[in-house]
Design a protein around this ligand. Structure first.
Ligand code: SF4
Length: 384
């Protein structure tokens, strides 16, 4: 199934080119899950999340337009526009940018200045309460108006409901697959699972839902393997870019299993569903993204809820240790990481902090730290 989906993703740009030739707009947006795909979908356009990263070329290319002090994930979203390596970055007709962390908001500014296509920015309420959600719902209304104007299509309640339902179905299936990793030997690797999440941002949602359903059924039917007794790790961090899978292979090669990811393109996106109790769809989207979803580190008062979320996942997935995977210069997640380390001191849960700037020679240090973590977990288990 993974192979089939990966092949589909390779054909997707050609498919989008054909649709563009017939007049359909392709609208890009930056990651972090504050730009609801549902609104773009409901306007008859095609949402494409820009979330490639992991290679150093695009990060270096971005230095022609910005400073090194922008996190590598953000820099990759700038560099990709100019390296022409990933077709999505050049084929989009417009881009929507969240005014979220300090780095991502600069990505929007730079695209506005240099990309030559329209850029629309969506403010994100920082307070995780009704006030923050209302403020953000207003920003979503402006986004909806802009998307309607750009596509020439009116967003009807019927289309909006359809969009919300299909994306909710997709997240629900991702969560069901995710929970299967609670098994002593997970039937799907977390690297593959994160790839599935990435593909869900690019492929047609109806196709993705169909494939996820089939995959979920196949995984349920799969005979449970004997427990592999490998240390069970959780990877926590801000963003893991499409293509940045090195952390997973280093962990697997060192003899541990990643059983859950706590990242934006993972748990934080699919964990909560959306409640629609009226035709105020924007309010429902806003509540989910601001109040109900696990908090992002740039939001106010996110530290305690983030820690609780981590501890909850540790319990649910029986995690033995944590790899806190941090993007260099991402100050909000650095602060969160230090807080988490401090708070875990009395919990007897080993944790390491690994930073990345998408550089090849970082791998050796990452490997050494991961091996050290695994040693600690193994000797702890021997004493139990
Ligand atoms: S990794 Fe950190 S700094 Fe970079 S975009 Fe994500 S939250 Fe912002």
């Amino acid at each position: 199934m993974m192979k089939e989906l990966l092949e589909m993703s390779l054909n997707r740009p050609a498919e989008l080119s054909k649709l563009k030739a017939q007049g359909t707009k392709v609208i890009g947006y930056f990651a972090g899950d504050f730009i609801p795909e549902e609104i773009i979908y409901a306007a008859g356009a095609i949402p494409v999340c820009l979330l490639y990263g992991g290679d150093n070329r695009s990060v270096e290319e971005a230095l022609a337009y910005t400073t090194r002090l922008l996190c590598p994930f953000s820099r990759a979203q700038i560099g990709q526009r100019f390296t022409n390596e990933q077709p999505y970055y050049s084929m989009i007709d417009m881009v929507i940018s969240p005014v979220s962390c300090q780095h991502m908001r600069r990505v929007g500014d730079i695209w506005e200045e240099f990309s030559g296509i329209p850029v629309f920015k969506v403010g994100v309420g920082l307070k995780q309460n009704e006030i923050g959600a209302r403020w953000y719902a207003e920003a979503l209304k402006l986004m909806q108006d802009k998307v309607e104007e750009f596509t020439g299509n009116k967003i009807t309640n019927v289309k909006m409901k359809e969009g919300i339902e299909i994306y909710a179905k997709m997240r629900e299936l991702l969560k069901k697959i995710s929970l299967l990793r609670k098994r002593p030997t997970p039937p799907i690797s977390t690297a593959d699972f994160v790839k599935l999440n990435h593909l869900s941002y690019l492929l047609e949602p109806e196709v993705m839902v169909e494939k996820l359903k089939a995959l979920h059924e196949a995984l349920i039917m799969k005979k449970e393997e004997e427990p592999n007794n490998m240390p069970r790790l959780m990877v926590v961090g801000p963003a893991i870019a499409l293509g940045d899978y090195r952390i997973f292979s280093l962990i697997e090669d060192a003899g541990a299993s990643v059983v859950v990811e706590n990242i934006c393109e993972g748990v934080r996106n699919y964990w909560t569903s959306i409640a629609i109790d009226s035709d105020d769809f924007l309010a429902a989207l806003a509540r989910r993204n601001i109040i109900e979803r696990p908090a992002c580190a740039f939001m106010r008062y996110s530290l305690k809820p983030s820690l609780d979320n981590i501890l909850n996942l540790v319990k649910e997935f029986r995690v033995d240790g944590i790899v806190y995977y941090w993007m260099k210069y991402c100050e909000t997640y650095e602060i969160e990481g230090l807080y988490v380390i401090e708070k875990l001191q009395d919990k007897d849960l080993p944790i390491i902090f690994i930073e990345s700037e998408y550089i090849a020679n970082e791998a050796q240090l990452m490997k050494t730290k991961i091996e050290g973590l695994i040693e600690i977990i193994k000797s702890k288990k021997q004493k139990e």
